[in-house]
Design a protein around this ligand. Structure first.
Ligand SMILES: [Zn+2]
Length: 251
């Protein structure tokens, strides 16, 4: 299990459990209720000082300037959402926000959050993000719901009304990017074509062509291998030449 290559600052918190006990299949977005950079957020005493009772942590923190901090490695469980079970399966992300409701976040922070989420989904095999405005859907992962909130588990405003209202849009944007990522590159196509051609080359001759195929081999037109492989123009000219059907002298 790796961490995001988008990380710009790392300060690991002692407040975590190693390793997490569940595959990563959930995202929990939080707000910091106070603006900061990744570095300043991860420098908060509640993150840096080990405290099994009041200590906090998160997997990632996104700063107001779009900086991305690693606080707890993805392999481990952060202490973030007031719910042990949730944090064992979720990647938790603190996003820098204003200190008062609706806890607005900057455009840079939102953009970095969407980049980070896309990367997390890709690396962890999360095919798409599914959001619901219904708490029961979220906490029970009903209908494939895989986004939860701190407010689902504790009497908190987190992630704040600003981010809460955007969760569906955030999921839609991440999903759009994940779908775009599914386009086959030329390199991938070439590799697939290679596999296809290998499969064709290994096929036996069809019963309807058996007799002619054997005759062609006996006459030295073909070498008897790969009856179902495609025939190129250069191979066709070779066949015509072997049959004596081409005029001498190269035309
Ligand atoms: Zn929170």
């Amino acid at each position: 299990m790796s961490n995001s290559p988008l990380v710009t600052y790392t300060r690991l918190s002692p407040n975590c459990n190693k390793p997490r006990n569940h595959a990563i299949d959930t995202i929990t977005i939080h707000c910091t209720a106070g603006q900061g950079t990744a570095q300043s957020i991860l420098g908060l005493p509640s993150f840096t000082e080990h405290d099994p009772v009041n200590g906090y942590s998160c997997n990632y923190a996104v700063g107001k300037d779009g900086s991305i901090g690693l606080c707890v490695e993805e392999a481990n469980r952060s202490w973030c959402s007031s719910n042990r079970e949730n944090d064992h399966r979720a990647i938790t992300i603190e996003v820098s926000s204003e200190s008062v409701s609706p806890y607005k976040v900057t455009e840079q922070a939102l953009a970095a959050l969407i980049d980070l989420l896309t990367d997390i989904c890709k690396r962890n095999g999360i095919k798409r993000l599914v959001w619901s405005n219904n708490k029961s859907d979220r906490v029970n992962h009903r209908g494939g719901c895989n986004m939860t909130c701190h407010r689902d588990f504790a009497a908190k405003a987190c992630p704040g009304d600003y981010l809460y209202a955007l969760e569906g849009d955030i999921a839609a944007e991440v999903n759009k990017r994940l779908e775009e990522g599914e386009e086959v590159t030329q390199e991938q196509f070439n590799a697939m074509m290679e596999v296809y051609l290998t499969q064709q080359r290994s096929k036996e001759s069809s019963s309807w062509s058996q007799e002619a195929w054997e005759k062609a081999e006996a006459a030295g037109v073909f070498d008897g291998t790969a009856p179902q492989a495609p025939l190129s123009r250069e191979q066709a000219s070779l066949v015509l030449d072997r049959l004596g059907l081409l005029p001498e002298g190269g035309g």
